[in-house]
Design a protein around this ligand. Structure first.
Ligand SMILES: *Cc1c(COP(=O)(O)O)cnc(C)c1O
Length: 403
């Protein structure tokens, strides 16, 4: 008789967004005349850049002709895209990367979760708290998390990210084998400096830990001192895997293209992690579509670069409206500078779900309560710059009036 993977039975329901939807729907049903503004949105809203659309149209036409048709592509991505990544995302920032270290995929979410396939189930995993839930749940499914006690997993090392530590975690007491870091961070919107990352790189090299660095939001960095890649930090090539995505960079959330970097020097017990990952991908994955990779390549043309930058500036402008507006209204706010996310402390230490309810009922604004991202998210709410400027300004006016 078949048996299920019992680890799935231990997972709590995906409470956060279901609960937000439930409370929002209940309020709207009772108050059908109220127009709600959604500031919790975690998806991009602007269309793909014209350069991307042109490149994808051309690639579709190529697929319709016998002499230019493409079948299965390389598991690790086409060289045209990997070479563009080497040149524009790394060499341009003074980082040497080779084509063989780049693995193109259909998303950073899948890569962040699937990377666990190449590591032992006995590895201890550390995550930031609050956290993007994918890292935790994927490791729980694999049997690395222990038991869920209603708030935390017994075998996960939670690293509090608080106002006191600038939302960059301190080195943990228990030494983890795998360390997920994400900067600029979702949900806090805070970025890490080179010096802050250097501490982690040195720690990982010293203990033989592997850093899993999610830089899905690197394109939002405008401060020239903030590193876009962990490989801008000396020593990272022997301890870090980096995840990048075109989702937030270029609006590819529905288009699907990302990549993972595993340097040649990164070995565990003498075994190359890049070789293991290629083995894993070539067994369970058949590559990102040709048309999509052509679309991603177009982001690196001069017009493409300018178009995606304008879109990110649009989101950053919304984030600035939120950050400055809420600060003026008297809230303590973080993030929203090198990130589309603003992390706001609730007034008078109010619970994050209570403040969520107040904002919904009195302000008619939907946010995301910080507690949904982990215990240290309590006392905060997350707002995002992915809306449009008019609604964003109206939401801030409403919150200001309410406070
Ligand atoms: C949106 C996001 C991603 C991107 O995931 P894709 O699967 O590439 O769309 C990765 N990490 C974090 C933290 C995110 O918020």
């Amino acid at each position: 008789m078949a048996e299920i993977n019992q680890n799935f039975q231990k997972l709590p329901g995906s409470y956060l967004f279901a609960e937000i939807a439930r409370r929002t729907a209940a309020y709207q049903a009772a108050n059908p005349d109220k127009k709600l503004i959604k500031m919790g949105i975690g998806d991009v809203t602007r269309p793909l850049a014209p350069s991307v659309i042109r490149a994808m149209h051309k690639a579709v036409d190529e697929m319709g002709s016998a002499d230019t048709f493409m079948g299965y592509g390389p598991y690790e991505g086409y060289d045209f895209l990997r070479d563009a990544i080497v040149q524009h995302d790394y060499a341009a920032r003074g980082v040497t990367m080779s084509r063989e270290e780049i693995f193109v995929s259909d998303g950073a979410k899948s890569d962040c979760g699937n990377i666990g396939d190449i590591f032992s189930v006995n590895n201890v995993v550390a995550v930031c708290d609050p956290v993007y839930p994918v890292y935790v749940d994927a490791n729980a499914m694999a049997g690395r998390a222990g038991e869920y006690d209603g708030e935390k997993w017994t075998n996960i090392v939670y690293m509090p990210c608080t106002a006191e530590n600038g939302f960059v975690p301190a080195l943990p007491e228990r030494v983890p084998d795998l360390i997920y870091l994400c900067f600029p961070n979702n949900p806090t919107g805070m970025a890490a400096t080179k010096d802050q990352l250097k501490l982690w790189v040195d720690y990982a090299n010293e203990h033989g830990s592997v850093i899993l660095y999610d830089s899905a939001y690197e394109a939002f960095i405008r401060d020239p001192e903030i590193p876009h890649s962990i490989y801008e930090v000396p020593g990272a090539r022997t301890c870090a895997i980096e995840f990048r995505s075109y989702s937030k960079t270029a609006g590819f959330t529905g288009t699907r293209c990302a990549y993972t970097i595993i340097p040649k020097e990164l070995k565990v017990n003498g075994v190359s992690l890049a070789e293991l990952w290629l083995r894993r991908q070539s067994t369970k994955y058949n590559g990102c579509p040709y048309m999509i990779q052509r679309g991603a390549e177009a982001i690196y043309t001069p017009e493409g670069q300018q178009e995606v930058r304008e879109t990110i500036d649009y989101y950053l402008n919304n984030a600035a409206i939120i950050r400055e507006g809420l600060a003026k209204a008297g809230l303590t706010v973080y993030g929203g500078v090198n990130s589309p996310y603003v992390w706001a402390a609730t007034p008078d230490g109010m619970g994050s779900w209570d403040f969520f309810d107040r904002l919904l009922q009195e302000g008619n604004v939907v946010t995301t309560p910080g507690a949904g991202f982990g215990p240290s998210g309590e006392g905060y709410i997350r707002l995002t710059g992915f809306g449009d400027p008019e609604n964003t300004k109206e939401a801030i006016r409403r919150i200001t009036r309410m406070l």
